[in-house]
Design a protein around this ligand. Structure first.
Ligand SMILES: [Mn+2]
Length: 326
């Protein structure tokens, strides 16, 4: 059987994940069975993979998702199980992978491009390794590079569009039906090489309503402290685009390391000024990332929001004292 259905499993929270899927959609036009979006933690990855258990004779493309340290074996077992149903697995990612993870995933995939890549984001890896020749996809990959490496283009109109679509994507980082439908439409729009208009305006209007509420929560929970030359700012909101939230924290506190925590999933998004390695802090909590952009997740025991935030702040503070004191 020559014809195979394609299934895409990509990163839900950022433009690079959506862009990788949009390129594959162009490449495999008409034969993409479905695109699933998730984030690289154990629960979400296993949940996404479990949706594919009954499928046969498909090619599964996993993009912009790393294999998380927590759940590494279970995730690979789940992939092996999918593979035993005559499916093929192609996995392309650029995040740092935990020790032993690449070797583990190698045995479960037909193609694996993984591990920290300081030059290329996932959409660029998809372009150079799979797409190879398509002007629209090339452009999509270039745009993803800008957002993923936090590079602001000189063209202010383009800058505005990238900020806007990134906010929309972060806002849609949920698994309810409405978010899934809007994200699907947004991916289709990107696959046409468009990053503005239509569904993006529609999502942005919904996002704007919630932004005000989230920004005031961010300001109310903001805190900062110093460890030597390093000033760390931390703040919380239910959901905001991470780069934007971190720049608000930086502006308000003067911090050169900014920690933004989304209380919907307790994920911390860490950014730092150049010359400071934010991943030192993230790694202390079992997270990962690059020097200027990293992340980790802590799970507060208290269900009460104020208590949980207080606990989170204290935990980060204690650990930052040790991590950056070295
Ligand atoms: Mn990426």
């Amino acid at each position: 059987m020559a014809f195979k259905d394609k299934v895409i499993l990509s990163h839900r929270r950022d433009f690079d994940g959506i862009a990788s899927a949009a390129e594959l959609l162009r490449l495999f036009r008409g034969s993409v069975e479905r695109a699933i979006f998730t984030n690289p933690n154990k629960g979400l990855m296993l949940g996404a993979l479990s949706e594919l258990k009954g499928m046969r004779n498909m090619e599964l493309y996993i993009t912009d998702l790393s294999l998380s340290e927590d759940g590494m074996l279970e995730i690979c077992n789940s992939i092996d199980e999918i593979r035993r149903n005559k499916n093929k697995i192609f996995w392309l990612d650029h995040h740092p992978w935990p020790e032993g993870a690449i070797q583990l995933a190698r045995a479960s995939t037909e193609m694996l491009i993984a591990g920290e890549n300081k030059d290329y984001c996932a959409a660029e890896l998809v372009y150079t390794n799979l797409v190879k020749d398509d002007a629209v996809s090339k452009r999509i990959a270039e745009l993803a590079h800008l957002t993923d490496f936090n590079i602001r283009p000189n063209d202010s109109a383009l800058d505005g569009q990238l900020i806007k679509i990134s906010k929309c994507i972060a806002f849609l980082d949920e698994s309810d039906r409405r978010s899934n439908e809007l994200r699907e439409r947004l991916m289709l729009r990107v696959s046409e090489g468009e990053i503005s208009g239509e569904v993006i305006d529609e999502v942005y209007a919904i996002y704007k309503e919630s932004e005000e509420k989230n920004l005031s929560q961010l300001k109310e929970t903001m805190d900062s402290f110093s460890v030597g030359n390093i000033r760390i700012g931390i703040a919380f909101a239910e959901n905001l685009q991470s780069n934007m939230a971190c720049s608000v924290i930086k502006e308000a506190t003067g911090a050169n390391v900014q920690v933004f925590v989304t209380t919907k999933d307790w994920a911390a998004h860490v950014r730092s000024d150049s010359g400071i390695d934010s991943s030192i802090l993230s790694k202390a909590f079992g997270g990962n990332g690059h020097a200027q952009a990293s992340g980790f997740t802590l799970n507060p025991t208290s269900k009460e929001l104020g208590e949980a935030i207080k606990w989170y702040k204290n935990t980060v503070k204690d650990s930052a004292m040790r991590a950056f004191a070295r």
